[in-house]
Ligand binder design. Structure first.
Ligand SMILES: Nc1nc2c(ncn2[C@@H]2O[C@H](COP(=O)(O)OP(=O)(O)O)[C@@H](O)[C@H]2O)c(=O)[nH]1
Ligand SMILES: [Mg+2]
Length: 197
């Protein structure tokens, strides 16, 4: 379980989706929030997903298979300042269509940098989940960057924007550096995709 992961393909339009249908968990967040690092740390692989210090690199929807049981679907990050308006519109169109059309979606991991207030685009993203009734887990990422004593303050601010957020239920502090939260995420994936098989 959760042993064998491999990159399946990069998708640039909806006619390129993998032929084999499996349940999907989607990963979304701002560009540079740490999505690729999240995938690598969850599965303990250095280069399963490419990470980058330069934001705005990933334009594709990237499919990773886990044990041929489910897909982790890495959506292109949003909010990169240098992205042109045209590219942004393309992004929005693709994501919107993808999320509304896909029948295999089980839930989403929404990564948000724990140090920053959620942005307009984070809120939009979240509204889309609500619109299509897709369950979501907030990953408050890069928690290694703040002191333990500061967590409450950041979380309090976060809850002002997403009052439905409950720690350890639908919200998890995470760090790919210290691997905090990793056990919880793996347990959640196990519960979701293996328990009844
Ligand atoms: N301190 C810290 N840095 C992180 C963490 N996750 C990612 N990063 C860094 O953030 C940058 C962007 O990471 P990446 O995974 O490529 O982000 P993506 O654009 O969302 O896929 C890289 O420099 C990573 O090393 C984390 O949990 N803690
Ligand atoms: Mg990435």
């Amino acid at each position: 379980m959760l042993n064998h992961q491999y990159f399946v393909k990069s998708v640039y339009s909806l006619d390129q989706l993998p032929e084999k249908k499996l349940p999907e968990v989607v990963l979304c967040g701002r560009s540079n929030v740490g999505k690729s690092s999240f995938i690598n740390s969850i599965f303990n692989k250095k280069n399963l997903a490419k990470t980058s210090a330069t934001p705005g690199k990933t334009r594709s929807i990237n499919y990773y298979s886990v044990d041929d049981v489910f897909y982790v679907v890495d959506l292109p990050g949003y909010g990169f300042a240098k992205t042109s308006l045209e590219e942004r519109k393309k992004w929005q169109f693709l994501i919107d269509k993808f999320l509304k059309k896909s029948e295999q979606l089980e839930f989403a991991f929404h990564l948000i940098d724990c140090r920053h207030d959620p942005t307009e685009l984070d809120i939009k993203m979240n509204n889309l989940f609500k619109e299509i009734n897709l369950p979501y887990i907030f990953i408050l990422n890069k928690v290694d960057k703040i002191k333990k004593a500061e967590r409450r303050t950041y979380f309090y601010k976060f809850c002002k924007i997403f009052p439905e957020s409950i720690l350890e239920e639908n919200t998890i502090f995470y760090s790919s550096l210290t691997e905090e939260g990793r056990k919880e995420i793996r347990a959640l994936l196990y519960q979701s995709f293996y328990k009844n098989s």
